[in-house]
Design a binder for this molecule. Structure first.
Ligand SMILES: Cc1cc2nc3c(=O)[nH]c(=O)nc-3n(C[C@H](O)[C@H](O)[C@H](O)COP(=O)(O)OP(=O)(O)OC[C@H]3O[C@@H](n4cnc5c(N)ncnc54)[C@H](O)[C@@H]3O)c2cc1C
Length: 576
């Protein structure tokens, strides 16, 4: 057993963006009585999955611009100026015309994060904080020792280290079903190098948002090229040998994602939204539950009143359901590509005039503000959130970058990109012989079965369950518990149960709970034990495993916010 010294030992598992922000918070907290061990499975640090070859090729771009990236050490624009010309040229960056409103190639952003991590390590050293970075070290298990108030971290299946606090930042996970067993079946488009081949036949994509766009950008380049006909107007020219190439996107309700526009507040600051005290007060007045209607009223409608009085006047008496119904029905009435072009034009105007589309920006603010306290809602409100509000939010805050829109429009105009509207029942079937058959029913109720040689699941990072968690000793010893939310009314739970909802389980006091995905955590991301108490030794910010309590969890803003909550909790525990 390798033991750390008399100082508090803190382990960060995973050195992607989450691990980077946790380390930044630790060294900037102004304390010295701790050591940090960072374990990273890869040789690299900082870039994590989306900004390394695991998640990107040269054609993939971020959906945030320099001014939207939380502060690390050096602003992106200053860092770019230190790069050799060849490196910038490789990514098509011209410093003279580059500014902090532009998005970045993801691999270049990964290099930036790597450089920032190195600067943070230097800062840590200058601050006298002992930091050990264990590269190419895969953490294989974690054990809690409550009696000793310690955790044991097992590395590469052999070495064991002892810590006071462990922060799990292991990030994305893409479980495989048929990929690797059935030719032409892909459980995700990652790593994108696997799609860098010529298929030359129709390819089915499940999903139409950012993950699908990643696949489309890669596939398009292997089957033709984009030519700039006029500024911001591309045409797609298929290769002669790729005549049969086509992408067929199966999209829930036939919707395409929303487009990046100018944000008044690029960091979506939450200063104007409900405070911790407001939330506690609402919970006290509301039987211990946070009311979704209250959040919608205060963190959306009230902010809209000042930003867009005309729209506010129209929607002020609408319930959340009525507002979402109005916004969705407008989208559903129009052909998705016609709407996409219209929203592209709206976004161009917004960027040129530096004027936000306020209701969309405020939906992003609402989503960010609601994410953290969502675990305090009743099961009824969580079901409404998922069924009603999240579908609109996830479309609006996709923030598709302009160049991706231009490529999608060019492919559609070249008849190489089709979108099929499907319902929740659409699915892929893999036959015993390995055939891939996509099933869907159209609006008239007609059922279709379409055979494909290639299928790519582009529905993005799925919520994983407690059982999928990689560190098995924590499961075996019941250190973690599944996330669930209490129903306000037993009657509504019983009604859903009678309709066959399998996610409802009875409690001990004639009450009922809704099972939600992943692990139960506190507001500070501590794991919640069997006794319902926070475990002060273990924090979980690995996004796939906390989706139930953090319904809109991803992004660099999440890395910054969650790391802050975790680190202040650790120092509060150890105060004095
Ligand atoms: C394709 C894609 C594109 C995205 N683009 C954007 C964007 O443009 N803007 C934005 O704001 N957000 C974006 N996101 C959201 C993204 O989730 C976060 O920005 C960020 O990557 C999350 O960082 P992370 O460190 O939690 O996870 P990851 O990036 O997955 O990093 C986890 C790290 O932990 C390491 N690790 C895993 N298991 C172990 C183990 N057992 N032992 C040791 N090390 C381990 C991994 O090697 C990896 O380095 C994107 C997400 C995806 C999937």
């Amino acid at each position: 057993m390798i033991s750390t010294n008399s100082k508090k030992g803190i382990a960060i598992i995973g050195a992607g963006p989450s691990g980077l922000f946790v380390y930044k918070r630790l060294i900037e907290a102004g304390h010295e009585n701790f050591t940090v061990d960072i374990f990273e499975a890869k040789m690299d640090r900082g870039s994590g999955m989306p900004y390394s070859h695991e998640g990107a090729n040269c054609e993939h771009i971020t959906n945030v611009s320099g001014n939207e990236i939380p502060k690390i050490v050096t602003p992106v624009i200053d860092w770019l100026a230190t790069l050799p010309g060849d490196e910038l040229k490789k990514y098509g960056i011209e410093l003279d015309s580059f500014n902090s409103y532009k998005v970045l190639p993801r691999l270049l952003f990964g290099a930036y994060l790597h450089a920032q991590f190195n600067l943070l390590l230097q800062k840590g050293e200058q601050a006298g904080i002992i930091t050990r970075l264990h590269a190419a070290c895969m953490v294989t298990d974690i054990t809690d020792l409550p009696g000793k108030n310690k955790m044991i971290v097992e590395v590469n299946g052999k070495d064991a280290y002892e810590f006071d606090h462990v922060i799990i930042c292991t990030g994305h996970k893409w479980p495989l079903t048929y990929e690797g067993k059935i030719a032409g079946f892909f459980d995700s488009p990652y790593p994108p190098a696997k799609l860098s081949v010529r298929f030359n036949h129709p390819i089915a994509l499940k999903g139409s948002s950012l993950t699908a766009i990643d696949a489309i950008r890669t596939l398009a380049r292997r089957h033709g090229s984009f030519i700039e006909k006029a500024p911001h107007k591309l045409i797609f020219v298929p290769d002669k040998e790729a005549g049969k190439f086509k992408i067929v996107m199966y999209s829930l309700d036939g919707l395409l994602p929303g487009i990046r526009f100018h944000l008044d507040d690029p960091r979506l600051s939450t200063e104007s939204v409900l405070s911790k005290e407001d939330i506690s007060k609402n919970m006290e007045e509301n039987g211990g539950f946070l009311s979704l209607d209250f959040i919608f009223e205060k963190d959306f409608k009230n902010l809209l009143q000042e930003k867009d009085p005309a729209l506010y006047k129209r929607i002020k008496n609408m319930s959340m359901e009525e507002f979402v119904g109005e916004m969705m029905s407008r989208r559903e009435r129009i052909d998705p590509f016609v709407l996409f072009k219209r929203e592209y034009a709206e976004a161009e105007k917004s960027i040129a005039r530096k004027e936000s589309v306020h209701w969309k920006e405020l939906l992003a603010v609402l989503s960010f503000a609601m994410n953290y306290p969502a675990k305090h809602m009743s099961a009824e409100d969580m079901l409404r959130l998922k069924k009603v509000l999240m579908p609109l939010i996830s479309i609006v805050i996709a923030f598709v970058p302009q160049s991706s829109c231009e490529e999608l429009i060019a492919l559609h105009e070249a008849d190489k990109l089709e979108l099929i509207s499907v319902g929740e029942d659409s699915h892929i079937e893999v036959s015993a012989g390995g055939d891939k058959i996509y099933h869907h029913t159209d609006e008239a109720g007609e059922h279709y079965q379409t055979h494909y040689e290639t299928y790519i699941d582009c529905t993005g990072q799925q919520h994983l369950s407690l059982e999928d968690f990689p560190f098995k000793s924590l499961l075996k010893n019941d250190v973690l518990t599944p996330a669930r939310l209490k129903f306000r009314s037993a009657e509504s739970a019983e009604e859903l149960l009678s309709q066959g909802n399998n996610d409802i389980e009875p409690g001990n006091n004639n009450d009922f709970y809704l099972k939600v995905p992943g692990i139960a955590i506190t507001d500070s991301f501590s794991a919640v034990g069997n006794n319902g108490a926070a475990n002060p030794r273990i924090y979980i910010m690995a996004v796939p495993y906390i989706g139930g309590y953090n319904p809109d969890y991803s992004g660099l803003d999440f890395c910054e916010e969650a790391s802050g909550l975790i680190v202040s909790d650790i120092f509060q525990q150890n105060a004095g």
